[in-house]
Design a protein around this ligand. Structure first.
Ligand SMILES: C[S@@+](CC[C@H](N)C(=O)[O-])C[C@H]1O[C@@H](n2cnc3c(N)ncnc32)[C@H](O)[C@@H]1O
Length: 408
């Protein structure tokens, strides 16, 4: 074990549990049972750490208007018993999903009133993995009403939660008029088995992710990503009515970047959470004798940044959609003021980054390490992030792929 400092008894207990084989990584078939954003509303929750997806939503709004304006009106006055049905796939909790649905309802309603002379009823489906904190989401829904006494707009759609993986069918045939998925599709359905198999050439030794990994690891991730995206498109092909819209925004990479260069822009510190400080934090636990090497090596982040070419290929192979937009864009994650604040106060930068990483990775790290060691990992991450001063001077943007398609 080679511990440099004595291991606290609580950590020893967890470590022993791991060594006795009572705790297994649940990377492949079971990932959908544990992957989720951190629920609740404390500092480490997704609700309090979703600036980047909020910027993604700001970027999406004009593109959503463009998509809605390009679609045929699917309901007519005589269809008054029908409602317009929209779904947010990978909704998580917090402001973004409610703002997305409000924006879709307002835009569609405006168009129907102007062009069809009536305002349809709306149904909104909030869909995510069963491990999502649906309770927090439902509690944050405003009460159903068209306006309140001050004539402010309140919730004007019927809401339902749909638990399940978007890589499987979630709705009956031809149910949806509009389906959107924001900042979610870069999460894979599983870590490829070969990546966590010590005997395989794709064993991802010494890394928590694929950026810069060896060819076999990258190929295994790329194949998983393609299989997943095709499963997603095939399911939506069944569920979206002819003439309906599929709009997706996912973290992605420029086409000129090879797959092993997932976030590779030397001027960006978007890499930070998934690579440098994260790998160092794991290394710290290992060097302090708190975990075994194998524990580190079997942890992998189930995310993949696709290129526009990879997305186009999947749509072409699946058929059923007419592509209206397929772009790579950059999103600046934080304001200049925030950047400046952090340069003078790197400790608060470390804290902010650790909160962000906790909000997105805590459930899967805990499933791998248990709560105590997981807490230790995030503490190491926070320290490492606040010490990485060179990183602080880089700009913080990340790349996304935006897709807008009409069901043929
Ligand atoms: C970064 S959050 C984005 C949430 C929200 N759309 C937003 O813009 O703030 C990604 C969400 O995708 C969900 N997700 C990941 N894999 C999924 C899957 N296979 N099926 C459904 N949801 C999934 C996660 O649980 C998480 O809530």
């Amino acid at each position: 074990m080679g511990a440099t400092s004595p291991t606290p008894p609580c950590l020893n207990k967890e470590l022993n549990k791991y060594l006795k084989g009572e705790q297994h990584p649940i990377w492949s078939a079971g990932l959908h049972r544990i992957l989720c954003m951190q629920g609740g509303d404390d500092d480490g929750s997704y609700a309090k750490n979703s600036e980047a997806p909020a910027s993604a939503l700001t970027l999406s709004k004009p593109l959503l208007v463009e998509a809605i304006e390009s679609m045929k009106l699917l309901l007519q006055l005589e269809d008054e018993e029908e409602s317009l049905r929209i779904a947010d796939l990978g909704c998580a909790t917090g402001y973004n999903t409610l703002a997305t649905v409000d924006f879709l309802v307002d835009t569609l309603s405006h168009r129907y009133k102007q062009e069809a002379g009536f305002d349809p009823e709306f149904e909104a489906f909030f869909s995510d993995l069963p491990s999502n904190d649906f309770n927090s989401l439902f509690r944050s829904l405003p009460p159903f009403a068209f306006t309140d006494h001050n004539h402010n707009l309140k919730r004007r759609y019927y809401a339902a939660g749909v638990p399940g993986s978007f890589y499987h069918r979630l709705f009956p045939k031809a149910k949806l008029h509009v389906a959107v998925s924001l900042s979610a599709l870069h999460w894979l359905s599983q870590i490829p088995e070969s990546v966590v198999d010590k005997r395989s050439r794709a064993w991802n030794e010494g890394r928590a992710w694929i950026d810069g990994a060896k060819r076999e690891v990258v190929e295994a991730y790329a194949k998983q990503s393609k299989d997943d995206l095709m499963a997603f498109i095939r399911c939506r092909r069944e569920e979206i009515v002819k003439g309906g819209i599929l709009f997706m925004l996912m973290a992605g990479r420029p086409g000129s970047n090879r797959p092993e260069d997932q976030l590779g822009d030397p001027d960006s510190r978007a890499k930070h959470p998934f690579t440098s400080s994260m790998d160092q934090a794991w290394e710290d636990l290992l060097n302090e004798g708190l975990i075994e090497k194998e524990t580190r090596d079997t942890f992998n982040i189930p995310a993949y940044m696709r290129s526009t070419e990879e997305v186009e290929e999947a749509f072409e192979e699946c058929g059923g959609f007419e592509m209206r937009r397929l772009d790579y864009r950059r999103i600046v994650e934080y304001s200049k003021e925030k950047q400046q604040e952090w340069i003078v106060d790197p400790v608060s930068y470390g804290r902010a980054k650790a909160n962000l990483v906790r909000a997105t990775l805590r459930p899967i790290v805990e499933a791998h390490l248990g709560p105590t060691l997981s807490h230790e990992l995030f503490k190491r991450f926070e320290k490492r992030a606040s010490e990485d001063l060179a990183m602080l001077h880089k700009t913080c943007f990340y790349g996304v792929i935006v897709v807008s398609a009409i069901r043929k």
